[in-house]
Design a binder for this molecule. Structure first.
Ligand SMILES: [Zn+2]
Length: 293
Protein backbone atom coordinates (compact mmCIF):
# COMPACT_ATOMS: atom_id res chain seq x y z
CA UNK A 1 0.00 0.00 0.00
CA UNK A 2 1.43 3.38 -1.05
CA UNK A 3 0.05 6.38 0.79
CA UNK A 4 0.04 10.10 -0.03
CA UNK A 5 -1.13 12.22 2.92
CA UNK A 6 -2.60 15.26 1.13
CA UNK A 7 -2.69 17.55 4.19
CA UNK A 8 -0.06 17.48 6.93
CA UNK A 9 1.92 20.28 8.59
CA UNK A 10 5.35 18.63 8.76
CA UNK A 11 6.87 21.98 9.83
CA UNK A 12 5.49 21.34 13.32
CA UNK A 13 6.41 17.63 13.55
CA UNK A 14 9.57 15.87 14.70
CA UNK A 15 11.81 13.62 12.60
CA UNK A 16 10.57 10.52 14.47
CA UNK A 17 7.21 11.16 12.80
CA UNK A 18 8.82 10.98 9.35
CA UNK A 19 10.40 7.63 10.26
CA UNK A 20 7.10 6.22 11.53
CA UNK A 21 5.25 7.58 8.47
CA UNK A 22 7.65 5.88 6.07
CA UNK A 23 7.34 2.57 7.93
CA UNK A 24 3.54 2.86 7.73
CA UNK A 25 3.64 3.23 3.93
CA UNK A 26 3.56 7.01 3.48
CA UNK A 27 5.69 7.87 0.45
CA UNK A 28 4.50 11.39 -0.34
CA UNK A 29 2.92 14.31 1.50
CA UNK A 30 1.41 17.69 0.69
CA UNK A 31 2.00 20.42 3.27
CA UNK A 32 -0.47 23.32 3.03
CA UNK A 33 0.67 26.69 4.32
CA UNK A 34 -1.29 27.59 7.44
CA UNK A 35 -1.59 29.62 10.60
CA UNK A 36 1.33 28.99 12.96
CA UNK A 37 -0.55 29.51 16.22
CA UNK A 38 1.31 32.68 17.08
CA UNK A 39 -0.06 35.52 14.91
CA UNK A 40 2.61 36.93 12.57
CA UNK A 41 3.31 40.64 12.71
CA UNK A 42 5.44 41.26 9.62
CA UNK A 43 5.40 40.06 6.02
CA UNK A 44 8.99 38.81 6.30
CA UNK A 45 7.94 35.97 8.58
CA UNK A 46 5.57 34.74 5.84
CA UNK A 47 8.43 34.91 3.35
CA UNK A 48 10.65 32.75 5.56
CA UNK A 49 7.82 30.33 6.31
CA UNK A 50 6.99 29.82 2.60
CA UNK A 51 10.69 29.27 1.85
CA UNK A 52 10.88 26.79 4.70
CA UNK A 53 8.06 24.57 3.43
CA UNK A 54 9.38 24.86 -0.15
CA UNK A 55 12.99 24.05 0.62
CA UNK A 56 14.08 22.88 4.07
CA UNK A 57 11.04 20.74 4.85
CA UNK A 58 11.25 19.19 1.41
CA UNK A 59 14.82 18.04 1.91
CA UNK A 60 14.08 16.91 5.49
CA UNK A 61 11.24 14.69 4.21
CA UNK A 62 13.41 13.33 1.38
CA UNK A 63 16.00 12.25 3.94
CA UNK A 64 13.36 9.90 5.33
CA UNK A 65 12.23 8.57 1.93
CA UNK A 66 9.18 10.82 1.59
CA UNK A 67 8.46 13.16 -1.33
CA UNK A 68 7.27 16.51 0.01
CA UNK A 69 5.18 19.06 -1.89
CA UNK A 70 3.30 22.09 -0.60
CA UNK A 71 0.50 24.57 -1.17
CA UNK A 72 0.94 28.34 -0.86
CA UNK A 73 -1.67 30.74 0.47
CA UNK A 74 -2.74 33.23 3.10
CA UNK A 75 -4.73 31.33 5.75
CA UNK A 76 -8.24 32.57 6.63
CA UNK A 77 -7.43 33.49 10.23
CA UNK A 78 -4.61 35.87 9.33
CA UNK A 79 -6.64 37.36 6.46
CA UNK A 80 -8.32 39.39 9.21
CA UNK A 81 -5.16 41.44 9.80
CA UNK A 82 -5.89 43.44 6.66
CA UNK A 83 -2.74 45.57 6.51
CA UNK A 84 -0.53 42.50 6.70
CA UNK A 85 -2.87 40.47 4.47
CA UNK A 86 -2.42 42.95 1.61
CA UNK A 87 1.36 42.64 1.78
CA UNK A 88 1.16 38.83 1.81
CA UNK A 89 -1.27 38.75 -1.12
CA UNK A 90 1.15 40.94 -3.12
CA UNK A 91 3.96 38.49 -2.42
CA UNK A 92 2.06 35.25 -3.18
CA UNK A 93 2.60 35.03 -6.96
CA UNK A 94 6.37 34.86 -6.46
CA UNK A 95 6.03 31.75 -4.28
CA UNK A 96 2.98 30.18 -5.94
CA UNK A 97 4.86 29.74 -9.21
CA UNK A 98 7.75 27.81 -7.64
CA UNK A 99 8.31 24.13 -8.38
CA UNK A 100 6.83 21.95 -5.62
CA UNK A 101 3.69 24.06 -5.25
CA UNK A 102 0.77 21.80 -6.13
CA UNK A 103 -2.18 24.04 -5.15
CA UNK A 104 -3.19 27.39 -3.68
CA UNK A 105 -4.31 26.97 -0.05
CA UNK A 106 -5.47 26.67 2.63
CA UNK A 107 -8.05 29.32 1.75
CA UNK A 108 -11.58 29.99 2.88
CA UNK A 109 -13.34 31.08 6.03
CA UNK A 110 -12.56 30.96 9.72
CA UNK A 111 -14.99 33.39 11.36
CA UNK A 112 -16.73 34.19 8.02
CA UNK A 113 -15.77 37.90 7.88
CA UNK A 114 -15.64 40.33 4.90
CA UNK A 115 -11.81 40.47 5.20
CA UNK A 116 -11.64 36.67 4.91
CA UNK A 117 -13.84 36.79 1.83
CA UNK A 118 -11.67 39.45 0.18
CA UNK A 119 -8.51 37.36 0.63
CA UNK A 120 -10.38 34.24 -0.50
CA UNK A 121 -11.56 35.82 -3.76
CA UNK A 122 -8.14 37.30 -4.58
CA UNK A 123 -6.44 33.96 -4.08
CA UNK A 124 -9.01 32.06 -6.14
CA UNK A 125 -8.28 34.51 -8.96
CA UNK A 126 -4.55 33.85 -8.55
CA UNK A 127 -5.11 30.07 -8.69
CA UNK A 128 -7.11 30.42 -11.90
CA UNK A 129 -4.41 32.59 -13.44
CA UNK A 130 -1.68 30.09 -12.56
CA UNK A 131 -3.89 27.07 -13.41
CA UNK A 132 -3.40 25.58 -9.94
CA UNK A 133 -5.92 23.52 -7.93
CA UNK A 134 -7.41 25.08 -4.78
CA UNK A 135 -7.49 23.69 -1.22
CA UNK A 136 -10.37 25.14 0.80
CA UNK A 137 -10.25 25.08 4.61
CA UNK A 138 -13.73 24.95 6.17
CA UNK A 139 -14.41 26.52 9.58
CA UNK A 140 -14.66 24.44 12.74
CA UNK A 141 -17.51 26.59 14.04
CA UNK A 142 -20.46 27.14 11.71
CA UNK A 143 -19.05 24.52 9.33
CA UNK A 144 -22.14 24.04 7.20
CA UNK A 145 -22.69 27.76 6.53
CA UNK A 146 -18.96 28.31 5.83
CA UNK A 147 -18.82 25.34 3.45
CA UNK A 148 -21.87 26.44 1.44
CA UNK A 149 -20.56 29.99 1.18
CA UNK A 150 -17.11 28.74 0.07
CA UNK A 151 -18.72 26.73 -2.74
CA UNK A 152 -21.08 29.58 -3.75
CA UNK A 153 -18.15 31.99 -4.16
CA UNK A 154 -16.24 29.43 -6.26
CA UNK A 155 -19.27 28.97 -8.50
CA UNK A 156 -19.70 32.74 -8.95
CA UNK A 157 -16.07 32.99 -10.03
CA UNK A 158 -16.51 30.13 -12.51
CA UNK A 159 -14.01 27.69 -10.96
CA UNK A 160 -14.45 24.10 -12.21
CA UNK A 161 -15.42 22.02 -9.11
CA UNK A 162 -12.97 19.24 -10.00
CA UNK A 163 -10.12 21.74 -9.41
CA UNK A 164 -11.08 22.22 -5.75
CA UNK A 165 -10.92 20.14 -2.56
CA UNK A 166 -13.28 21.22 0.20
CA UNK A 167 -11.32 20.09 3.22
CA UNK A 168 -12.18 19.08 6.81
CA UNK A 169 -15.54 17.84 5.53
CA UNK A 170 -17.76 15.87 7.93
CA UNK A 171 -21.16 14.11 7.93
CA UNK A 172 -22.64 17.63 7.92
CA UNK A 173 -21.16 18.53 4.53
CA UNK A 174 -19.76 15.57 2.52
CA UNK A 175 -22.94 14.71 0.58
CA UNK A 176 -23.42 18.31 -0.58
CA UNK A 177 -19.73 18.77 -1.46
CA UNK A 178 -19.82 15.64 -3.66
CA UNK A 179 -23.17 16.52 -5.22
CA UNK A 180 -21.76 19.84 -6.38
CA UNK A 181 -18.84 18.03 -8.04
CA UNK A 182 -16.00 19.01 -5.67
CA UNK A 183 -13.44 16.73 -4.02
CA UNK A 184 -14.31 16.09 -0.37
CA UNK A 185 -11.30 16.11 1.98
CA UNK A 186 -11.64 14.43 5.39
CA UNK A 187 -9.39 15.01 8.37
CA UNK A 188 -9.07 12.04 10.71
CA UNK A 189 -8.04 13.41 14.08
CA UNK A 190 -7.71 11.76 17.51
CA UNK A 191 -10.08 14.15 19.32
CA UNK A 192 -11.92 16.77 17.28
CA UNK A 193 -12.93 16.51 13.58
CA UNK A 194 -13.54 12.90 12.35
CA UNK A 195 -12.53 9.60 13.92
CA UNK A 196 -11.52 6.65 11.71
CA UNK A 197 -14.83 4.94 12.63
CA UNK A 198 -16.83 7.95 11.44
CA UNK A 199 -14.86 8.01 8.17
CA UNK A 200 -15.70 4.32 7.63
CA UNK A 201 -19.38 5.25 7.86
CA UNK A 202 -18.87 8.02 5.28
CA UNK A 203 -17.14 5.52 3.01
CA UNK A 204 -20.11 3.12 3.37
CA UNK A 205 -22.42 5.95 2.20
CA UNK A 206 -20.24 7.54 -0.50
CA UNK A 207 -17.50 5.11 -1.63
CA UNK A 208 -14.16 6.61 -2.75
CA UNK A 209 -15.07 8.66 -5.82
CA UNK A 210 -13.64 12.22 -5.29
CA UNK A 211 -12.95 11.32 -1.63
CA UNK A 212 -9.67 12.16 0.16
CA UNK A 213 -8.43 11.50 3.71
CA UNK A 214 -5.65 13.30 5.56
CA UNK A 215 -4.13 13.67 9.02
CA UNK A 216 -3.81 17.49 9.15
CA UNK A 217 -1.24 16.76 11.84
CA UNK A 218 0.10 20.02 13.24
CA UNK A 219 1.51 21.40 16.51
CA UNK A 220 -1.43 20.10 18.59
CA UNK A 221 -2.48 16.62 19.65
CA UNK A 222 -2.70 15.05 16.22
CA UNK A 223 -1.64 11.77 14.65
CA UNK A 224 0.62 11.72 11.56
CA UNK A 225 -0.37 8.04 11.14
CA UNK A 226 -4.10 8.63 11.03
CA UNK A 227 -4.25 7.90 7.26
CA UNK A 228 -2.59 4.44 7.52
CA UNK A 229 -4.64 3.71 10.66
CA UNK A 230 -7.83 4.55 8.76
CA UNK A 231 -6.81 2.31 5.83
CA UNK A 232 -6.28 -0.52 8.33
CA UNK A 233 -9.77 -0.05 9.71
CA UNK A 234 -11.28 0.15 6.21
CA UNK A 235 -9.62 -3.15 5.34
CA UNK A 236 -10.95 -4.79 8.50
CA UNK A 237 -14.43 -3.51 7.63
CA UNK A 238 -14.27 -5.15 4.20
CA UNK A 239 -12.98 -2.49 1.81
CA UNK A 240 -11.18 -4.00 -1.19
CA UNK A 241 -7.42 -3.20 -1.18
CA UNK A 242 -7.73 -1.70 -4.70
CA UNK A 243 -10.39 0.67 -3.44
CA UNK A 244 -8.24 1.71 -0.48
CA UNK A 245 -5.26 2.25 -2.77
CA UNK A 246 -7.41 4.50 -4.92
CA UNK A 247 -8.46 6.53 -1.89
CA UNK A 248 -4.99 7.14 -0.46
CA UNK A 249 -2.85 7.34 -3.60
CA UNK A 250 -4.63 7.49 -6.97
CA UNK A 251 -7.15 10.09 -5.77
CA UNK A 252 -4.67 12.64 -4.38
CA UNK A 253 -2.42 12.13 -7.42
CA UNK A 254 -5.42 12.75 -9.72
CA UNK A 255 -6.47 15.84 -7.76
CA UNK A 256 -3.08 17.60 -7.59
CA UNK A 257 -1.97 16.25 -10.99
CA UNK A 258 0.89 13.83 -11.66
CA UNK A 259 2.89 16.46 -13.59
CA UNK A 260 2.70 18.96 -10.74
CA UNK A 261 3.54 16.37 -8.08
CA UNK A 262 6.43 15.12 -10.16
CA UNK A 263 6.74 11.96 -8.07
CA UNK A 264 9.85 9.78 -8.43
CA UNK A 265 9.58 6.60 -10.46
CA UNK A 266 10.25 3.26 -8.72
CA UNK A 267 13.92 3.05 -7.83
CA UNK A 268 14.53 6.81 -8.00
CA UNK A 269 15.41 8.88 -4.93
CA UNK A 270 12.42 10.52 -3.16
CA UNK A 271 13.17 13.92 -4.64
CA UNK A 272 15.11 13.90 -7.87
CA UNK A 273 14.59 17.64 -8.48
CA UNK A 274 16.53 20.35 -6.64
CA UNK A 275 14.11 22.43 -4.56
CA UNK A 276 15.43 25.71 -5.96
CA UNK A 277 14.13 25.24 -9.49
CA UNK A 278 10.95 26.88 -10.71
CA UNK A 279 7.94 25.54 -12.60
CA UNK A 280 9.14 27.02 -15.86
CA UNK A 281 12.65 25.57 -15.53
CA UNK A 282 11.24 22.17 -14.70
CA UNK A 283 9.08 22.35 -17.80
CA UNK A 284 12.03 23.25 -20.00
CA UNK A 285 14.54 20.82 -18.58
CA UNK A 286 12.57 17.75 -17.63
CA UNK A 287 9.12 17.86 -19.04
CA UNK A 288 9.49 19.37 -22.48
CA UNK A 289 6.95 17.05 -24.08
CA UNK A 290 4.43 16.79 -21.24
CA UNK A 291 1.26 18.91 -20.95
CA UNK A 292 1.44 22.43 -19.50
CA UNK A 293 1.68 22.44 -15.70
ZN1 LIG B 1 -4.25 22.50 7.85
Amino acid sequence: MRILDPHIHCYSRVTDDYEAMFLAGIRAVVEPSFWLGQPRTTVGTFRDYFSSILEFERSRAADFGITHRCTIGLNPKEANDERLADEVLEMLPEFASRHGVVAIGELGYDSITPAEERAYVRQIELAMKLQLPIMVHTPHRDKHRGTIRSMDVLRELGVPPTQVVIDHSTEETTAEVLERGYWAGHTVYPQTKLTAERFVNLWLDHGVERMLINSSADWGKADPLSVPKTTALLERRGAHPDEIQRLVWDNPVAFFGAARLYLPAAGETPDPTPASVTHSRIRDEHRADSPRL
